[in-house]
Design a protein around this ligand. Structure first.
Ligand code: TEU
Length: 526
């Protein structure tokens, strides 16, 4: 179907926490292959896999040392080929993560850059700069994970005035995109995976590849608050768009159905510029991903996204969760109420016009886990920031009272992050046996969504108009025929006229929408 991605639903797989095939406590390709039928039965259009390429795993694979391989921790290239074939046979598309802003400090090109010294072609592929007097770094930029964005090349040596740039941890040196050799290198990476038949690529920190010319200091507080979003010197530089125009031509040269989706962590108006007709196909609606349970904020951001859509043409790409943020159950207040809200929020985004991404475990309404300090693995935490581990705990598949809950084949295995005692009751098995579960709601919503798309009641280019009623009822009018309602107020709420197609929680006997619930409504036709 032309433009299939515009209203596709993609399921994000975080391989190390999805399913463990070999029993070492870390998820892998074999585990994922085994569980593909589960993903097909959900009714999603495809999956996005976060990195499984060879990596020292300092940032759980976002420190890549070989862009065209498979880390033995996750399996082999033969297994990947098999996975791709099996997914395609089930009608599931496969998206992979490409990390073009930085690599691992163990990447052969960075190793060669360090070994070869100033002036070498390898050095020119990264940002090596001389610092100032008295051990001052080249500028005042801060790393997203905390501390400065520069590390010494030879900390021990007296002549060591040289530094290299890393927006994330020191083990993740930034590529220098002003050097065309870097573009050539990544063109090879794109072609490698597209040649294999991969359907889409998710582009990590897509807005940050180019740094301001001359690497000037950031002004005022820009440098010290979270490096990326707020430091205009390292983000959203105009030159980056030429890269995506080029990548779009590469994707199109394979087929008009190959997709690029950007992790563009910018305000809606700026992020939408990355999805102009000749650039990427999608960019996550980040402004939305960060929202709490707040009707006015949803309406304001929804309206901004609608303005951006009208200006740049591409429908938004909705998500409420990913592996970097607190899970929606927890963000929306936690406990029973957080669970109701997360389920309502998910139903709402699945009804909005555009594409949607579901993060693994969202269909099980998993909350954040309070991971014990000694078990935390996130480099953001190690370097003084918040821990993202709580949203990365291995999925519970069964109610088996061991510590893996069906994640690992061996009951004795220790999952790489410990699972809490509540995990069994949140497992796929538990959801399957409960007709009112979130898993059933998601499956029903995805099937209904497909029907509404077929009947052209849902079109990805539908306009949306957002309102908040005094009662805290959020309404999104979608196109001509649909209303999406989310009750973010404290009382059961009357709904605008129409028939309720699907609700996240049963209506009251009076036909009111209970608090913390959402509904898809087909308007009464005049
Ligand atoms: O995330 C980019 C990014 O901006 C995040 O680090 C974000 O600022 C942070 O998680 C706070 O929410 C991508 C990946 O999704 C993330 O897992 C990686 O750690 C990061 O890039 C570096 O590759």
């Amino acid at each position: 179907r032309p433009g299939w991605w515009q209203d596709a639903v993609i399921y994000q797989v975080y391989p190390r926490s999805f399913a463990d095939g070999d029993g070492d406590g870390v998820g892998d390709l074999a585990g994922l292959l085994d569980r593909l039928p589960y993903l097909a039965s959900l009714g999603v259009d495809g999956i996005w896999m976060t990195p499984f390429q060879p990596s020292p795993q300092v940032d759980q694979g976002y420190d890549v040392s070989d862009y065209c391989g498979v880390d033995p921790l996750f399996g082999t290239m033969e297994q990947f080929d098999k996975l791709l074939e099996a997914a395609h046979a089930m009608g599931l598309r496969i998206f992979l993560d490409v990390v073009p802003n930085h690599c691992s400090s163990e990447h052969p090109l960075f190793q060669a850059a360090v070994a070869s010294g100033p002036g070498s072609p390898e050095r020119a592929m990264f940002h090596f700069e001389n610092g100032g007097d008295g051990g001052a770094p080249p500028n005042n930029w801060q790393s997203v994970f905390g501390g400065r964005a520069w590390s010494r090349v030879n900390p021990g040596s007296d002549s060591g005035r040289e530094w290299y740039l890393h927006l994330f941890s020191p083990e993740q040196p930034d590529w220098n995109w002003r050097n065309p050799a870097v573009g050539d290198y990544f063109e090879g990476v794109l072609r490698f995976w597209f040649d294999k038949g991969v359907d889409g690529l998710r582009i990590d920190v897509a807005h940050a590849l180019f740094k301001a010319d001359g690497l000037p200091d950031a002004e005022g507080t820009d440098a010290v608050v979270n490096g990326l979003r707020s430091n205009p010197k390292v983000s959203d530089q105009e030159d980056v768009h030429e890269v995506y125009r080029h990548w779009r031509r590469i994707a199109d040269s394979y087929s008009p159905s190959r997709v690029l989706v950007g992790e563009v962590n910018l305000a809606p108006g700026r992020a939408a510029r990355y999805t102009r007709h000749d650039e990427m196909h999608q960019a996550f609606a980040f402004a939305f991903v960060k929202l709490g349970w707040d009707a006015a904020a949803w309406a304001a951001v929804g309206t901004e996204l609608e303005v951006a859509r009208r200006t740049h043409g591409a429908p938004p790409t909705w998500a409420l969760e990913n592996h970097d943020i607190s899970r929606s159950v927890t963000r929306f207040g936690g406990g029973e109420r957080g669970a109701l809200r997360a389920r309502a929020g998910l139903l709402a985004i699945l009804g909005l016009p555009g594409g949607a991404y579901i993060y693994q475990g969202q269909e099980l309404n998993l909350p954040d886990v309070e991971v014990p300090l000694h078990a935390r693995a996130d480099p953001m935490w190690t370097r003084g920031g918040v821990s993202r581990d709580g949203a990365r705990v291995p999925l519970p598949w069964t109610t088996a009272p061991d510590n893996t809950y069906g994640f690992s084949p061996a009951a004795a295995a220790q999952p790489w992050l410990p699972t809490p005692a509540s995990w069994g009751s949140l497992s796929v098995e538990a959801h399957r046996s409960d007709p009112g579960s979130t898993l059933h709601l998601v499956t029903t919503a995805l099937a209904l969504r497909k029907q509404l798309i077929e009947k052209e009641i849902f079109s990805p280019n539908d306009a949306s108009a957002w309102h908040v009623h005094d009662t805290g009822l959020l309404i999104c009018e979608r196109g001509e025929q649909i209303l999406l309602a989310v009750n973010m107020g404290g009382e059961p709420s009357r709904l605008p006229g129409g028939s309720v197609l699907l609700a996240s929680f049963p209506l009251t006997p009076e036909g009111l929408l209970p608090p913390d619930s959402a509904a898809w409504i087909l308007k009464d036709q005049p």
